[in-house]
Design a protein. Structure first.
Length: 283
């Protein structure tokens, strides 16, 4: 008995010591992954800059990185970039919040109820096939050309991937686990808290990230169709004035903002995944 207890204690101490090492290894792996992901864009930027400076390429329609950086700096120095970026950020955040909340609610309803799924899913999938630009004139007619129509368009773009992700996640839950919980006569609240919510969290977070990406696609469509500010307007202004450096600067600003918001979403949802692991352990 003593030797067994000692072995168990040694195993516990070893696992406790190994956890910080594993976490440190994961952090180092993530840092190396970030650095590796920068190799391709940095090499391409340096190569294009060198080609333009050596006269191997003209750089008129595809400006070198130094000219794009100068344009970004000029727009930031005058405050124009920040005004456009804030307008786009506000539209995406509000539209994402509305679309994600609706997608989670309707996805949970259709995933949990066969009757709701039969009634709603065919119509929602038909609406999902409508191109984003087709909604623009209707929303402008209903809501005007100001912020409400733009936010509504973004919310529609976010709603469908979140709805599909949540509904599919609930439908993919192993029914044997549900039956086991029913055998132990747990309440519906305990069923949701211990089985359904932990099971659907990873796919729901992935759906939220997909919805956020589509939100940026829809905000471009919204701002191209009638806006006086925003990164989409900056794109259109650069196209009309023949400024490829401004167009590329706006595209880079979109990329940086999208990556930043995606990172924030991942950080905010990380505690939920830890709670998911804890719920599974308790089960």
């Amino acid at each position: 008995m003593r030797s067994g207890a000692a072995a168990a204690e040694t195993a516990l101490v070893g696992s406790a010591d190994a956890r910080p090492r594993a976490l440190a290894g994961d952090a180092a792996w993530r840092r190396s992954g970030v650095l590796a992901g920068l190799i391709v864009p940095v090499v391409l930027a340096i190569g294009w800059e060198a080609a333009v400076r050596l006269g191997l390429a003209e750089g008129r329609l595809m400006p070198p990185p130094s000219r794009i950086a100068a344009t970004l700096y000029g727009l930031a120095a005058t405050g124009e970039l920040w005004a456009h970026a804030f307008a786009t950020l506000w539209r995406v955040v509000v539209g994402f919040a509305i679309g994600a909340a609706g997608g989670i609610a309707v996805g949970a309803l259709t995933g949990a109820s066969a009757t709701a799924r039969r009634l709603l899913d065919p119509t929602l999938n038909a609406l999902r096939a409508i191109p984003s630009l087709a909604w623009v004139p209707l929303f402008i007619l209903w809501l005007g050309i100001f912020e409400a129509s733009k936010v509504a368009l973004i919310a529609v773009g976010v709603f469908f991937p979140v709805y599909l992700g949540v509904a599919d996640a609930i439908l993919s839950v192993d029914r044997k686990l549900v039956e086991v919980v029913r055998v132990f006569r747990l309440s519906r609240g305990q069923l949701a808290r211990r089985i359904l919510v932990p099971a659907v969290l990873p796919e729901t977070i992935s759906a939220l990230r997909s919805g956020l990406g589509l939100g940026f696609m829809f905000v471009v469509a919204a701002e191209l169709m009638g806006a006086s500010e925003g990164l989409g307007y900056l794109l259109l202004d650069g196209q009309q004035l023949g400024k490829p450096d401004q167009i590329l600067a706006a595209i880079i600003a979109f990329a940086l903002m999208g990556k930043a918001l995606d990172t924030v979403l991942v950080l905010l949802t990380r505690p939920l995944l830890r709670w998911q692991d804890t719920a599974r352990e308790r089960l």
